[in-house]
Design a protein around this ligand. Structure first.
Ligand SMILES: C[S@@+](CC[C@H](N)C(=O)[O-])C[C@H]1O[C@@H](n2cnc3c(N)ncnc32)[C@H](O)[C@@H]1O
Length: 286
């Protein structure tokens, strides 16, 4: 979905969702303070290695990222054949703009994007189209997985990632998590994150130069939702502005839902290299 708005002034405009997806990689670099280089081992790559360690520790062979977005970090894990030999990664997401960037990343690395598409009931072809699955549609995926991931505060952005102010209710999110949890094989693991607190400390990262843009970000908590604002200053000097709204969900809400679903090991923790405001649960399906 495209959510463009009319330009505010000559050098500052609300960006479309397509532009947002294209700039998302730069945003990740800024947030994780990384040069995006595996050589430096910093920021974004530290988080990828941190998740890889959790995956390796659990002897995972089949991994599903059901909020895969542009492929961070699922595609990076799929590419990490040295430290994760034999790992099979499937990616799904509801957002075609994000998946388009994932396909572009795969093509650049000469990786067959079809290998990332999960098997569905009928042969729909194995490309970006068959990866486009809402959480409510995960029942169509034929297999279960050793490790299912839904990170990047994705649950809180249920159905608002493309734009819109109408955030999803907690009971609906609980329903989504129930669908996602069914894709974990018995004895397998579910990796979810969410903010530790309702009132995420006012996060203002200031301007961070990253890749193609300098980036400013701010998160504020309002009565009904979190409001995320991010501006990208392009090398041309133009500023593209974006905002997204998310549900007031905490990691303790996620824990309560997982406890009700009978999962074990639901205690949230601070995953190495993850953003400090966000708790992670890697729960075990009995
Ligand atoms: C904050 S982004 C995180 C993307 C990626 N996991 C990351 O860490 O960069 C949230 C993702 O959740 C996806 N999402 C939101 N609602 C969804 C739904 N109902 N079904 C499937 N995916 C959804 C969005 O399309 C988006 O790609």
């Amino acid at each position: 979905m495209t959510v463009g708005r009319k330009a505010l002034c000559r050098d500052s405009a609300w960006g479309t969702h397509e532009e947002f997806a294209q700039l998302y990689g730069s945003y990740l670099d800024a947030v994780y303070r990384s040069s995006s280089s595996p050589v430096t081992g910093s920021g974004r790559w530290k988080l990828i290695h941190s998740v890889a360690a959790e995956v390796r520790k659990r002897g995972v062979r089949w991994l599903l990222d059901c909020a895969a977005g542009t492929g961070f970090p699922a595609f990076d894990l799929a590419m990490d054949t040295d430290s994760l030999p034999g790992l099979q990664v499937h990616c799904t997401d509801a957002d075609i703009e994000m998946l388009t960037i994932l396909a572009w990343r795969a093509k650049r690395k000469h990786f067959d994007v079809g290998r990332l598409a999960p098997p569905l009931g009928t042969d729909l072809g194995r490309g970006v189209g068959s990866m486009r699955l809402d959480w409510a549609q995960l029942r169509d995926v034929q297999q279960t997985y050793d490790y299912v991931m839904c990170r990047g505060n994705s649950l809180a952005y249920a159905n608002t990632w493309g734009g819109g102010r109408d955030v999803t209710s907690l009971p609906t999110i609980a329903g989504y998590l129930t669908q996602i949890a069914k894709k974990v094989r018995p004895g397998g693991f579910l990796h979810v994150d969410a903010p530790w607190r309702l009132d995420l400390p006012q996060e203002d990262y200031g301007r961070v130069v990253s890749g193609a843009a300098s980036i400013w970000e701010q998160v504020t908590t309002e009565s009904h939702a979190r409001h995320w604002r991010v501006d990208f200053k392009l090398p041309t000097g133009q500023i593209l502005k974006f905002e997204r709204f998310s549900t007031l969900l905490t990691i303790l809400d996620v824990k309560t839902i997982l406890d009700q679903l009978g999962f074990a090991e639901t205690e949230p923790f601070q995953l190495q290299a993850e953003r400090p405001g966000f708790g992670v649960i890697i729960a075990k399906r009995p």
